[in-house]
Design a protein around this ligand. Structure first.
Ligand code: V47
Length: 387
C-alpha cells in the first residue's frame, strides 16, 4: 500500500494527520489525487457552497518601523517618497461614500507607525462606526496588536478590549508569514515573533473576537516549515476554536529584497491549498485569495479544497506594490460567475460567515450556456428559413 493510500484511508476515516504525513503530502507527485482528497473533505463540509463577500480594503498608513524582506508596501519614514498616512476625515469619507450599498466589511492592514497615538486608532474606528454602523471592521493583524501592546505598555487583552469598545469586529490573518523561527528571523526580524503572533490571536479568541490566519509561502521556506506552521495554527485552534478561516498567501517578488527568488507556480499554490485543507481538520474554511493566487488559480482551487474566494476588495496595495497583475477589484457579478463556472453554488456571506444571499448554481458553465442558446437560436432560424 502506498503511503498516500494510507493517508487517504485516514482522511476518509476522519483521523488526524501527523507532521510526517503532512510532509509526505507535499512530496506527492500526483497533484490531482491530492486535490481530489482535499476536495472530498471540502465537499463533506460544504457541499458545493462557495463563499465570497462584498468588502473593501483600507490602509491607514504604510509607514512601518519593521523591514520585512518580502514587503513592497511599507515605507520606513513619514515624508519618504510614497509614504502616506490618512486623515480621519479622508478615511471616514471613503467608507461613507463607498459605491456599493451591499458592502458588509472593511478590511484594514497597516504599517507599524512609530508616532501615531493609540487614541488615533480608536477614533478612526469610532468614526467608521458613526458613518456605517452596519459595516464589520476586520482590522489590525496580530502583529499590529502586539506592536500596540509593546508600544503603549498594555497587554494584548487590554489593546483588544479597547479596540473592540471602539468598534473592532475581528482580526484579519495577516502577519503570520512563516511562524518557524529559522525562517522568520531571516524575513521578518523586527516584529512579533511566531509565539507573539499566536498570543495576540489567543487573546482575541478568549475575548470572543474571531480571527483569520495566513501563511506566506514560496520564498525561502521548506515544506517542513510549512507543515510546522500549519500544525501550530491547528494546535491554537484546538485550544480556542477562534479561527474562522485559513488563507495561504503566494509570495510576490517585485520591489522587495527577495526579488531574486522565483514566485510559486500554480501547481505549488494548488498543492499548498490542498495540504492545508487536509491538515487543518479543525478549520471550517480555507480561502483561495484571488489577489494573491491569481484569479484563474483561485477559481481552480475551488476544486482543490477551497470554499471561499474572499471579496470584491476595491483598491488593494500590498500585492499590487509587489507586482500582482490581477485587477484592483472584482465586481460581485464577476465573483458569482467565477464560482458558478467552477460548478459551485455562490453564497454571499458576511465576515463571520452569516449568509447574506445564496445564489443558484449554474447548470453548465456560463460560456457553455451561451453557446447552447446560440445553437438553439440558429436551429429555430433554420426552421423559419426552411433549411
Ligand atoms: O501580512 C506582504 C502578505 C499579508 C507580500 O484575513 C505578501 O481575510 C506575498 O493577510 N507577497 C496581508 N504576500 C494580506 C492578508 C489577507 C489577505 C486577504 C484576506 C485576509 C483575511 C488577509 O500579505 C501580509 C503578508 O503576509 N504579504 N507582502 C508579498 N510580497
Amino acid at each position: 500500500m502506498s503511503l498516500t493510500r494510507a493517508i487517504e484511508d485516514k482522511v476518509r476515516a476522519g483521523e488526524r494527520l501527523t507532521y510526517d504525513e503532512g510532509c509526505q503530502l507535499f512530496l506527492e507527485r500526483d497533484l490531482l489525487k491530492l486535490g481530489a482528497l482535499a476536495n472530498w473533505v471540502r465537499e463533506q463540509r460544504h457541499g458545493d457552497r462557495t463563499y465570497f463577500n462584498v468588502n473593501m480594503r483600507f490602509e491607514a498608513t504604510n509607514v512601518c518601523e519593521a523591514s520585512c524582506s518580502f514587503c513592497a508596501f511599507a515605507k520606513l519614514k513619514e515624508g519618504a517618497p510614497g509614504a502616506h498616512t490618512t486623515t480621519h476625515e479622508a478615511a471616514w469619507k471613503e467608507l461613507a461614500e463607498h459605491p456599493d450599498p451591499r458592502l458588509t466589511e472593511l478590511h484594514m492592514v497597516n504599517g507599524l507607525h512609530p508616532h501615531l497615538p493609540f487614541e488615533w486608532y480608536e477614533e478612526l474606528l469610532r468614526g467608521w462606526k458613526r458613518v456605517r454602523p452596519d459595516v464589520h471592521l476586520k482590522c489590525f493583524t496580530g502583529v499590529e496588536i502586539h506592536f500596540f501592546a509593546q508600544k503603549f505598555g498594555m497587554t494584548h487583552t487590554e489593546v483588544l478590549s479597547r479596540l473592540r469598545a471602539a468598534g473592532l469586529g475581528s482580526l484579519p490573518g495577516g502577519g503570520a508569514e512563516i511562524l518557524h523561527a529559522d525562517v522568520r528571523r531571516r524575513i521578518a526580524t523586527d516584529k512579533a515573533d511566531g509565539d507573539e503572533y499566536l498570543a495576540a490571536h489567543r487573546a482575541a479568541h478568549k475575548l470572543g473576537l474571531p480571527s483569520n490566519c495566513t501563511m506566506l509561502y514560496g520564498h525561502i521556506e521548506t515544506f517542513e516549515h510549512r507543515v510546522d506552521h500549519l500544525l501550530q495554527l491547528r494546535a491554537l485552534q484546538d485550544e480556542t476554536n477562534g479561527f474562522q478561516c485559513f488563507i495561504p498567501l503566494a509570495f510576490h517578488n517585485e520591489n522587495n529584497s527577495l526579488k531574486q527568488l522565483p514566485e510559486p507556480t500554480a501547481v505549488d499554490s494548488l498543492r499548498t491549498l490542498a495540504v492545508s485543507r487536509l491538515l487543518l481538520d479543525n478549520f471550517a474554511h480555507i480561502k483561495a485569495y484571488w489577489v494573491s493566487m491569481g484569479v484563474a488559480t483561485a477559481q481552480t482551487a475551488l476544486r482543490f479544497g477551497a470554499d471561499d474566494l474572499d471579496g470584491t476588495i476595491v483598491h488593494e496595495s500590498i500585492y499590487h506594490s509587489a507586482g500582482s497583475r490581477v485587477p484592483m477589484a472584482l465586481s460581485r457579478d464577476e465573483l458569482v460567475r467565477l464560482i458558478r463556472e467552477a460548478g459551485r453554488t455562490p453564497v454571499e456571506r458576511d465576515t463571520t460567515y452569516g449568509v447574506v444571499e445564496e445564489l443558484p448554481r449554474a447548470e453548465l458553465p456560463e460560456a457553455a450556456l451561451k453557446l447552447r442558446e446560440r445553437l438553439a437560436e440558429k436551429r429555430s432560424l433554420s426552421v423559419v428559413m426552411g433549411n
